[in-house]
Design a protein around this ligand. Structure first.
Ligand code: SAM
Ligand code: SF4
Length: 440
């Protein structure tokens, strides 16, 4: 192991939930206007739909998400109006009810919606889109704001998968990160969800936070296991204080260094694997019977903006402030500023902010990167036009971390945390300094 560590520890690399990564997106202008809706309308297969609900009741000091902290009902109501306007606008421009096989509510905290708001949104989506009979309908929930009345409505409107933000169960860690939620609270919400028929449940855990130790994380893992989730996402804390300035507060409490983070990740991984969870890509775990584990086995595991997915749809439509659409021609991001987003849709305008048109080379490198992130192996094809990628790989090959057999590249599965750094060798836009300061 010591041979490998210096190579990639501390090398910042994107999470590659997209390629090109979000740092490459640039302003939409009259000369750079995407035609993603035409591509979505022409899709021969069902698409995925993502809705962004930015609101959270209070700020978690580690948060790297696009969120807005408020408890003001009028702000949330104004956003609802805008979401309904955007859904209508997009439906008109699509010219038909496009078929959807995956729906995802992300945030922020979609659990900030009232039962009435959620019901109205699902009705509007049902009018604008045609959901397949077995459509996966997933939602991200903050257990602290998931009221029993909301759970009832989620089940009634067809939500069939939920992920709950936990991070850590240690009281000292929770206090430091401003995220106090005892395990009994999480257990109660999971019981409510299961009781209502929403049984596909996932927990988000995190390492690399202040006061976490290998021992405290092992305990958090055991506590999480008592909740019997179908899936667990184990995120490495991304510290980007240049981008999210409030994260600086965590420096005072002391952050682990990269070598310590590596040990923490191993403790968690070992605990989850020992409990029978299958390892999914670099940071997800699932029961062997779960669809993500089956996708991993079948080689159909994919990557989207939320992480790993068994969603095979080739196009994604994002709705709401900061959401991203993904079609073969481009990635398009909506305006992240709430007020501007609301003003633009009120004027009947698509609230597009940034776009990244994808070249054939982007697609090719994107496929290699996605295969490495999902399968730990990739077919490189003709390597002569991959620029300096192979030269950048050399140190990893010398250390035995990657193997090349003909044009097939394979990363040692014992080092999942090295995959991002290896994938970055194929990223023609890779700029370590920019990533360290900007990308979560
Ligand atoms: C949108 S939140 C989940 C829903 C809800 N807002 C909550 O926190 O319960 C998505 C997840 O992203 C992860 N996350 C947030 N900030 C992060 C960071 N800086 N580094 C790594 N993961 C982060 C957390 O695990 C969090 O649960
Ligand atoms: S982690 Fe979740 S609840 Fe906390 S601020 Fe971020 S989005 Fe909101």
């Amino acid at each position: 192991m010591s041979d490998h560590v210096p190579l990639w520890l501390g090398k910042p690399a994107p999470r590659y939930t997209s390629y090109p990564p979000a740092t490459q997106f640039a302003a939409v202008t009259p000369a750079r206007t995407p035609s993603h809706l035409a591509e979505l309308a022409g899709s021969a297969t069902p698409i995925s739909l993502y809705l962004h609900i930015p609101f959270c009741r209070s700020l978690c000091l580690f948060c790297g998400c696009h969120q807005v902290i408020t408890q003001r009902a009028d702000r949330m109501a104004a956003y609802q109006v805008a979401l309904h306007q955007e859904i209508k606008l997009v439906r008109e421009k699509l010219g038909k009810r496009v078929v959807v096989s995956h729906l995802h509510f992300g945030g922020g905290s979609p659990s900030s919606l009232t039962p009435t708001q959620f019901t109205a949104l699902m009705e509007a989506l049902g009018e604008a889109f045609a959901f397949t009979a077995n459509c996966e309908k997933a939602i991200e929930l903050d257990p602290r704001t998931t009221a029993p009345e909301l759970v009832e409505v989620l089940a009634r409107t067809g939500i069939n998968r939920a992920s709950l933000g936990v991070q850590d169960f240690n009281p000292k860690v929770q206090e430091t990160i401003h995220r106090v939620q005892p395990i009994e609270l999480v257990r109660g919400v999971m019981e409510n969800l299961r009781g209502a028929g929403i049984t596909a449940l996932s927990l988000d855990l995190m390492y690399g936070l202040p006061h976490q130790t290998e021992a405290s994380l092992a305990e958090t893992a055991q506590q999480a296991l008592t909740l019997d989730p179908e899936r667990i996402s184990l995120f490495s804390y991304a510290h980007v204080p240049g981008f999210k300035t409030y994260q600086k507060a965590l420096e005072d409490a002391g952050l682990p260094n990269d070598a310590d983070k590596l040990k923490q990740e191993r403790v968690m991984r070992q605990a989850l694997v020992a409990a029978g969870y299958a390892e999914i890509g670099i940071d997800h775990f699932a029961k062997p019977t779960d669809s993500l584990a089956i996708a991993m086995q079948n080689g159909t595991l994919g990557r989207n903006f939320q992480g790993y997915t068994d969603d095979v749809a080739s196009m994604l439509l994002g709705l709401g402030a900061s959401s991203i659409s993904d079609v073969p021609g481009c990635f398009v991001q909506n305006e992240p500023d709430l007020e501007i987003y609301q003003q633009r849709v009120a004027q009947g305008e698509l609230p597009l902010k940034r776009v990244c048109f994808r070249s054939a080379d982007d697609h090719r490198r994107g496929r290699i990167i996605s295969d490495l992130m999902c399968k730990f192996t990739a077919e490189l094809g003709d390597v002569s036009d991959l620029g300096d990628a192979l030269a950048r790989l050399v140190p990893y090959e010398r250390a035995g971390l990657v193997r090349r057999s003909g044009s097939q590249l394979t990363v040692d599965r014992a080092y999942p945390m090295a995959v991002r750094a290896v994938a970055a060798c194929f990223d023609r836009y890779y700029d370590a300094a920019k990533i360290a300061s900007k990308v979560a």
